[in-house]
Design a protein around this ligand. Structure first.
Ligand code: FAD
Length: 449
């Protein structure tokens, strides 16, 4: 008997429940990856390179087990039935996908496959989206009670998939596109690298709670790009965390990833629409002002050092520190008057960990429109945030060469530098106090309408 294992967001061989299911009863397993234009075309160069490099690393791992990863271009609803026909496979195995596109695609594939079942085992989450419900059977809207239910529910031990014990089989494959990982992306792709990287982060987890908000210290794990492509599973991470000092605050953040996936599972429209529709009528900038604000923000030229440092880190590394993501998102919406959807699109294009659930809901949180959002009237002050979380300006200097020679207070407020604003660095694009007042006025007017 032959079965297809279709890899998507589960680019690994260890702790892989769908691989175990596909290989059960000694069946031969044909590994497949489909290059689907619908997923590739909206992504920017770092993001495409990260996914392709991760697929290549999986192909290399499979080659060590003597099998070729079958790569096919096209619509999965065409590719899968063709491959099944060619190979005589009797089943197709997958890890479940919970995004709006993934669910629609899997429904199409399921019907295109006819009598050949599409079998889901496991998901990219510790607790599968849709599994937890409140007392009255509805989905959680707020994180804290979700987290309590998540901990009470618990998660499985890592699956004992062993690629050495699988009878692999193959079929003709197309070439993977040659892509070079840009220099800025500082992570090595693939499952073995993911595990090494995570072991290193685990050694530092005791400091996580106190240092995680400091972009200058680089004290977070940076496992998000590995979780995104499934080179690492959160279940592996949770099993390793058990008993470590500092495990709980880290575990709580992992639960956020599951929470947002759960919200998206129940309310797929929140990928685009305000989870709290009452905020829909805010007056945002339009026309030339929109383009001017959006360009300055994207390029890291707003004149606010911590915002600009974050935006430049995003373009260079395809990653940004969480505290800075929160700040740049608040700044775009509340200081520059640009609707969150524009910012979310830019993030999804460039983040190598870009994940629809965490990203759109991270944005809705910052914009005040999420199910469990920062109150709208809370507006981050970009200068105070910089003083607090990058006190010596180390992170700012790393990303903004124009400001490297500034010292003292001027690193956070370059417009106060004794010798004037350094050449090449812009004046603040808005007055923060004024922008804040205008935004709050518009918000209260809407609320009281
Ligand atoms: P750590 O601090 O080491 O946390 C460990 C893991 O916990 C992360 O890898 C991640 O999987 C999870 N996690 C931590 N914080 C959050 C959070 N707030 N929400 C959801 N999961 C979390 N995360 C993404 O994975 N993809 C995105 O596209 C994304 N977009 C975001 C957009 C905005 C506007 C904001 C405010 C946050 C976004 N996040 C996103 C969440 C968070 O910023 C990243 O998960 C985190 O910075 C990844 O770095 P790390 O692995 O070092 O995190």
């Amino acid at each position: 008997e032959r079965r297809v294992l279709w890899f998507r967001r589960d680019l690994r061989l260890l702790d892989h429940p769908a691989l175990l299911a596909a290989a059960a009863d000694g069946a031969e397993v044909i590994p497949l990856y489909v290059l689907d234009e619908r997923l590739i075309s909206p992504a920017g160069p770092n993001r495409v390179a990260w996914v392709m490099a991760s697929v290549k690393a999986l192909a290399d791992d499979l080659a060590e087990h003597g099998v070729t990863l079958v790569v096919r271009h096209g619509d999965p609803a065409k590719v899968l039935p063709e491959l099944v026909e060619e190979t005589g496979a009797s089943e197709v195995h997958i890890s479940s996908d919970h995004g709006p596109y993934g669910r629609e695609r899997d429904d199409r594939v399921r019907s295109a496959l006819g009598d050949v079942p599409l079998i889901e085992t496991g998901s990219p989450y510790a607790v599968t989206p849709g599994r937890l419900a409140t007392g009255d059977g509805t989905a959680y809207q707020v994180f804290s009670p979700y987290y309590r239910a998540w901990v009470a529910h618990g998660w499985r031990d890592p699956a004992e998939s062993d690629p050495k014990k699988v009878s692999w089989a193959s079929a003709p494959s197309e070439e993977l596109p040659e892509v070079e990982l840009p220099e800025g992306v500082r992570l090595e792709p693939g499952e073995a690298a993911a595990r090494r990287h995570w072991a290193d982060a685990l050694d530092r987890v005791a400091d996580y709670a106190t240092a995680r908000d400091r972009p200058d210290l680089d004290a977070t794990s940076r496992i998000s790009p590995y979780l995104k492509v499934g080179a690492l599973h959160p279940r592996t991470v949770l099993a390793d965390l058990a008993g470590h000092e500092g495990a709980e605050p880290f575990q709580r953040e992992l639960a956020f990833r599951d929470f947002y996936a759960d919200v998206l599972h129940h309310r797929p429209e929140t990928a685009r629409e305000y989870a709290r529709p009452e905020l829909r009528g805010l007056p945002y900038v339009t026309g030339d002002a929109l383009l001017e604000h959006l360009d300055a923000w994207r390029e890291g030229r707003t004149g606010f050092p911590l915002v600009d440092a974050g935006m430049r880190q995003l373009l260079a590394e395809g990653w940004m520190h969480n505290r800075v993501r929160m700040l740049v998102a608040s700044f775009l919406v509340k200081d520059l008057g640009v609707e969150w959807t524009h910012g979310a699109r830019h993030f999804m294009r460039h983040l190598i960990d870009g994940d629809l659930a965490s990203n759109q809901h991270g944005w809705q949180w910052a914009a005040g429109s999420g199910t469990d959002a920062a109150p709208y009237f809370r507006v981050f002050n970009p200068t105070t945030q910089a003083r607090k979380f990058d006190p010596d300006g180390t992170y700012i200097r790393r990303w903004i060469p124009e400001l490297r020679d500034l010292s003292g207070k001027a690193i956070h407020e370059p417009w106060t530098a004794p010798d004037g604003l350094p050449e090449g660095y812009p004046e603040p694009i808005v007055d923060h106090a004024e922008a804040r007042a205008t935004t709050l006025e518009a918000y209260y007017a809407l609320r009281d309408r």
